[in-house]
Structures are given as C-alpha cells and as structure tokens.
Design a protein around this ligand. Structure first.
Ligand code: C2E
Ligand code: CA
Ligand code: CA
Length: 758
C-alpha cells in the first residue's frame, strides 16, 4: 500500500474512533442529564407530596378545629340543667350562623345516650360510631371514611365532646365530604398530569385527585402496582415503607403492561394512618427533560460539529501546507519548471511511454554561464534562466514530454523522438536554443548571443530508469562543451572511453602538478630576415611516468572545463620565469618568452596581479614576457578588454593567439591594445590553395604592423610558406620548418649555445 493511502486510512480510523468516543461521551452526558433531571423530578414530586399532605392534614385539622369550636360554643350556652331540646335549638341556631359555604360540612348533635339530630332536624342513633364513643370519653377524633347514603358522599366524621362542668353533655359531629376537603385545596401538578390520592396504609383509596384527569383507576392502589423493569424499585419496598409509616419515592407501573409512574408517598401525620400519594407518569417527567436533553444534544452536536470543522480546517490547512511543501520539493523556485526531484518522480510514469514510442534524453547548459553571472550580475543570469524556462515551457509538451531545471544552468528534457530521426531532433533543439538566445537578446540581457552545449541520448531499454540515459546525454554534453558556438552532441560509445580517460586524468592532475610532471617546452620564434631566434613560446607537456610525453591537446580542453588550467598556467609561468632568471644569472642574452594563458583567467580579478607577483618573484622584466590569449577571448565582453588593458599596464606584452581561427574582424584589431598578432596555422594552410587568402594575410600583416603590432605566423612547415611570408613582409615565424617545441636542454643547446653538462 502506498505511504499516502496508508496515512489516509490511519487518519480515517483515528477520526472514526474519535467520532465514536465523542458520540459515547455525548450519550453518557445526555444520560447523565436525564438521570439528573429524573432525580430532580423525584425531589420535586416529594416536595409536591409533602406540601399536599401538609395541606390535606391542615384542611382536616381546620375542620376538626371547627367541630371543637362548635362544641365549645354549644358548651358555653349550656348549663347542667339545660334540657336537650334547648341544646338542640341552640345547635340549630349555631349551625345556621356558621359560615360553611363550599365546605361540604354536615353538623349533627348527639346526646350521651346516642340519640342524635342532624342539622336538617333528622333524628338518628350515633351510639355505634367509634368517634362518638371516644368523644364521650372527652377525646376529639376523626373517623375512617364511610359512605353516607343520606348525603351520597364519602364522609369523614369529626367528633368533639360538648363538655360542661367536667361532664360530656353532648357530642358534636361534623361530617365532611372527603372529596370536598380534598378538592378544596385543588391538588394538581405537572400541568394536570400529576395525580394525588389519599390512601390508607393498606392501599385503599380514600380520596382521589381533584384533577379532571384523575379518575382513579383503582379502589386499592396496591392492586395495580407492578414493578418497572427499567427501575430497580420494588412493590414490596413500597408495602414495607407504608406499613412502617415511612415516606419515599419509587418508580412502578400502574397496571401490568401500563406505563411507569413516579410515585411519592408521604404519611399524613394524623392518627388516621393515611398516606398522601402523588403519582406522575414517568413519560411526563421525561418529556419535561426532553427540551433540556434536546438542547444538550444540540450542544453536543454543535461541539462535535465544531470539532470536525476544526479537524477539517486543520486537515485543509495541512494539505495546503503539504501542497506548498510539495511545490517546494518538486518545483524550481526561480523558473517554475519542475526540478530534479520532480524529474525523478515523473520518470517513473514515463518509463512505460518510452517503451511504446521513441524518446530521447536531452541535457543542455549555457556556455560560459559562470562568466555571464560574474560579468553581468546574477540577476541577469537569473533572467536568462527564466527566458530559457519560458521557451522550454512553450516548446515542450508537458503531457507527452518532460522538462526540468536540475540546478544552475542545467536543463533536462525528455523529448519525443519520432522515427528516431536525428536530423529532425537536432533541428528542433537548434530552434529551441536559438529561441532562448533570441529571447535573451530581445530582453537586452546580453550584448552578444548565448551559446549552448547540448547532449542527447536516445532512450533505450531500461536506461531511463537506471539513469544511464541521463548520464550518457550528459557525457555527450560535456563532449561538445568548451567549443565555441552552440553544439549538439549525440552520445556515442567512444565518448564513454574518453570520459573514463578524462576521469583518470582528473584523478591524477593535482598530484602530477605537485610532482613536477608538467614541463615547459620551448618552440623558437624565428626572425625571417636574420633567420635567427627571436624569442620562444612556452608549450606545456605532461611527462606521465610510464605513459611518456602527453601533448596539451589531450588535457588542456579538459582542464579548461574543470578549471585546472588556471593552476597549470601559473605553474608554466613560474617555470618560465624561473628559467629566465637562471639564464639571466648565467649571463645568457634575455629572450622574450610567450606564455599561453587560457581565457578562463579573464574572469579572475587577481589574474594580472598574480602574473606580476610571479614575474616579481624572479625579478623578471615584464616586457620580456608575452601573454598569449586566444582570439575568441577578445570578443567575449567588455570586462575582457579591461583585463587586457591591465596586462598591458603591468608592462607585459599582449599577443592575440590563433588569429583567423575564429570570427575576428580586422576592425576588431583597431580597438585592441595588441603587441603581437599570431596568425593561425589554418590561415597559412589555406593560403597555399587560395590567392584570396594570401591577399588577406598580406593585408592583415600590413594593417597590424601599421597599428604598431608585430605579426607572427604559426605553423610554418614548408619552405614555400617561408618564402611566401618573406615575400609579403612578414617578420616573425614559428613552426616545424624551423623547430618543433623543444625540451629546455635542447632549446638551450640549439639556440642559446649552451652545452649540456653530463
Ligand atoms: P597554440 O598556443 O596555438 O600553440 C601552438 C601549437 O602549434 C603547439 O601545439 C605547437 O606544437 C603547434 N605547432 C607549432 N608549429 C607547428 C607546425 O609547424 N605544424 C603543426 N602542425 N603544429 C605546430 P601544442 O604544443 O600541442 O599545443 C597545443 C595547444 O595547447 C596550444 O596551441 C595552446 O592553445 C595549448 N597550450 C599549450 N601549452 C599551454 C599552456 O601552458 N597553457 C595553456 N593555456 N594552453 C597551452
Ligand atoms: Ca600559443
Ligand atoms: Ca596558436
């Protein structure tokens, strides 16, 4: 599984677990709230029951008080001899005066023998009533309720003795409708859903709720009680509690499959052993808490939502950051082209494409880009790279081809190579490179045009992925590097060998320089008129142990590419100065020796001062040293002129080497502070065949001489050439016709008349 999708799976699992945990927490929270609200409801209902019980007890006691008050009043109007009839009359008057509106009270008066008269005058016998008997003993009390046929009501009778002179003269009975008493304080709760009952200890219904919804569905409360499966409360516990006169709250069902109710039972405190019971459907209580739960749920949902919004925002921000990091990792910041990492990644997807149709890997860089940066500034260098990138973006199809800047001025392209048509691909590349150069020129980034070194390697089986394809294209690039103008090289096997050789040379060069393996040979310069020595050119040779003498053509181009030429040139300069010093010390006539200096020195600020230091070290007059710089360096840029002027200013002679090999114009010579113009061998070779070339050489010589510069022709090999040159007034020559470059001892012997000491 890919790293990315594994990470995604892990994140999904973590998020799902978090969601589950949050959900369980929310559930737990809601349950907690539900429990809390239920506990609160229990307390609330207890409170209602306690208040209800208190009020019912008060109501009964008020009525008992009324009875006692009546009995007292009657007792006041009574004497020991007051006849029963008078007492009866007074009783009737008392009843009439009593304000009993809405109290549902019926008064009766009984004499100790049991004869009794109701307030409506009806006579009856009270003897059998327990309260009457107790009243005769002087105790006020209430009766158990009973049904009165007369009033068609369930009655509670309250008995009070009418005591006169320490004797119970009569008994006053106040019969109160229980329901009326109950209704008088209007016991209702929970928006009419809560019901209250007065029950006996044994569960018998004494009075029902005043509520309109309270049609008591039982005559004995215990008959309808069943345990609620959700609650752990038991019917037995309620029995026990009520049996022992305890109060409590429980949850039971009213009916076998009926809904659960919250039941609160509170003893009334009268000596009647009655209970005030309040019941509220559990559903109602839960409904009450529903809003709170709803709010809590919304709150929890909100929190979960917020959490996930947070997670989403975090993930979004993270993916944005990742995209930014990816961009940093895969996009070249300067040009916006894909970078090396991107190339490596993309190659994987392109490997199949390259098996289906031909592709070629192209690697190119800008010649002398280092010099461009140093001479024109890094900003200009950056702009040139951006020009290259924008042309590449235009010309290279991002879907079917690859393009990347892999660092510095190195660009890599993977281009389609239809029919393996090399000419067509070369043309396409030339157009692309010309376009880059043209764009840089258009934007006035450079005074001249850019040139490129471009290497190509066709993609073959497997070589795209193992990077050989890139390596080979790069070898081809290096192969064409260092030559003037834009060159496109296709990889060939021989380049590999050359490359290996170069590697080997590079490994050996530093030690070779330290060990003195680089030796100076001198090629004499001949004055044509006198045919005598007129100075010499120092030419380096690498004396490789076991490999013999290696000519500079094999290593100088490589050293120019890797920069080692700078060190080598100074070493040659030092050997020359040292030799000159030795000759001077020996009294040998001083000779002007020319030393080749690569154009790569021109970018080094301390170039001229280093030359001066070396000359100074051996106390050599600078005018006896000639600095040869190839023609191509003279048209590079304005900074090169400055350096050449500095060479002149330091007193050295300045020679333009290989004139005629490149694109130098005669016009250019006018602006040059030259002492010597060296005409390239190639020019002389052509002069054999062409009259026109001879004319050109002749006019160059005259023009240079008229500008005050000496002219020397190199590569003079034949007498014909010598005579031709003499004929056109050339003064100095150098070539195999006179001498090859010679080791010092031989030069000394042949030209300085010195004998070798054995
Ligand atoms: P160059 O500066 O143009 O040197 C002249 C080259 O022409 C020398 O080759 C010399 O041996 C060769 N030559 C002279 N007369 C004749 C002739 O009559 N016929 C033919 N066919 N060749 C002739 P060499 O010594 O192999 O040097 C090759 C190049 O290597 C030099 O070309 C120069 O560019 C470079 N080089 C040699 N020594 C140094 C050095 O110390 N520093 C630097 N930077 N370059 C050097
Ligand atoms: Ca030279
Ligand atoms: Ca030359």
């Amino acid at each position: 599984m890919a790293e990315g999708s594994r990470n995604k799976l892990v994140i999904m699992v973590i998020l799902s677990t978090m969601l589950l945990v949050l959900f369980l927490l929310a559930l737990h929270y809601v349950r907690g709230i539900q429990k809390l609200l239920y506990a609160e409801a229990k307390e609330n209902i207890s409170e209602i029951a306690t208040q209800g019980a208190g009020r019912f007890t008060d109501a009964i006691q008020i009525r008992l008080g009324d009875a006692q008050k009546g009995a007292l009043q009657l007792a006041y109007q009574c004497f020991s001899d007051t006849p029963d009839e008078v007492l009866e009359k007074r009783f009737l008057t008392f009843v009439e005066n009593e304000n009993r509106s809405g109290q549902c009270l019926i008064y009766s008066l009984a004499f100790p023998d049991g004869k009794a008269m109701r307030e409506d005058g009806k006579l009856f016998d009270m003897k059998g009533e327990l309260g009457f008997q107790r009243a005769l003993e002087g105790v006020s009390s209430a009766s158990e309720p009973f049904y009165s046929v007369y009033a068609d009501l369930r009655i509670l009778a309250l008995y009070s003795p009418v005591v006169f002179g320490g004797q119970v003269r009569a008994v006053l009975r106040v019969a109160a409708s229980i329901d009326c008493v109950y209704a008088s304080f209007g016991q209702s709760s929970y928006r009419g859903h809560g019901q209250s009952y007065i029950l006996s200890k044994t569960g018998r219904l004494i009075a029902g709720s005043a509520s309109s919804k309270s049609n008591a569905p039982f005559s004995n409360f215990f008959d309808v009680l069943f345990e609620d499966l959700d609650a752990e409360d038991s019917v037995q516990a309620l029995f026990d509690d009520m049996g022992q006169g305890k109060r409590g709250v429980t949850t039971l069902r009213l009916g076998k499959n009926a809904p659960a109710h919250l039941i609160c039972y509170t003893p009334l405190g009268l000596d009647l052993d009655w209970y005030f019971v309040t019941i509220v459907p559990k559903k109602v209580i839960l409904e009450n808490s529903r809003e709170v739960i709803l709010r809590s749920t919304v709150l929890c949902g909100g929190v979960i939502l917020l959490f996930f919004v947070g997670v989403f925002l975090f993930a979004h921000e993270r993916s944005k950051n990742q995209a930014y990091i990816l961009k940093l990792a895969f996009v070249d910041e300067l040009t916006g082209l894909p970078n090396r990492n991107s190339l490596m990644e993309e190659k994987k997807t392109f490997s199949r494409k390259t098996q289906q149709s031909p592709y070629a890997m192209v690697v190119f860089d800008i010649n002398n880009f280092k010099m461009v940066n140093e001479s024109f500034g890094y900003k200009t260098g950056d702009k040139i790279l951006c020009c290259a990138a924008s042309v590449i973006e235009e010309e290279v199809d991002p879907d079917s081809e690859l393009r990347a800047r892999i660092g510095g001025d190195h660009f890599v392209l993977l281009l389609r190579y239809p029919n393996r048509d090399r000419v067509a691909l070369e043309q396409r590349l030339r157009d692309l490179l010309n376009e880059i150069s043209g764009m840089a020129e258009q934007n006035s980034l450079l005074s001249g045009s850019l040139s490129f070194a471009c290497g190509v390697c066709p993609v073959a089986q497997g070589n795209l992925m193992d990077n050989r394809c890139y390596d080979y294209a790069d070898i081809a690039r290096k192969h064409v590097k260092g030559h003037s103008g834009s060159l496109i090289g296709f990889f060939e096997e021989e380049m590999l060998l050359a490359m290996q050789k170069e590697k080997e040379i590079e490994l050996a060069m530093d030690k070779a320089l330290a060990d003195g393996e680089f030796q100076v040979y001198l090629q004499p310069k001949i004055d044509l008129q006198s045919e005598k020595l007129s100075g010499a050119e120092a030419l380096v040779r690498w004396m490789r142990p076991g490999k013999g003498c290696v000519e500079p053509g094999f290593f100088i181009p490589l050293f120019e590419r890797n920069g080692f030429v700078v060190k080598l040139d100074y070493a040659v300069m030092e050997q020359v100065c040292k030799q000159k010093r030795a000759w001077l010390d020996m009294g040998v006539p001083d000779q002007v020796i020319s030393v080749n200096m690569s154009q790569y020195h021109l970018v080094h600020k301390d170039f001229v001062s280093t030359l001066e230091t070396i000359a100074h070290k051996y106390n050599i007059a600078p005018e006896t040293l000639e600095i040869e710089i190839t023609e191509s360096a003279f048209y590079s840029d304005a900074a090169a002129y400055t350096v050449m002027e500095a060479i002149k200013a330091a007193g050295f002679k300045l020679a333009m080497d290989d004139f005629g090999a490149g694109y130098s114009t005669l016009n250019m010579l006018r602006r040059m502070p030259l002492d010597v113009l060296k005409i390239d061998k190639q020019f002389l070779d052509e002069s054999e065949a062409s009259e026109r070339t001879r004319t050109i050489i002749s006019s160059i010589i005259h023009m240079a001489q008229s500008l005050g510069a000496d002219v020397i022709c190199e590569g003079v090999e034949t007498l014909r050439q010598v005579e031709f040159l003499k004929g056109i007034g050339c003064k100095l020559v150098q070539g195999y016709f006179y001498s090859r470059p010679l080791p010092l001892w031989e030069f000394e012997e042949k030209y300085l008349g010195m004998r070798r000491a054995f």
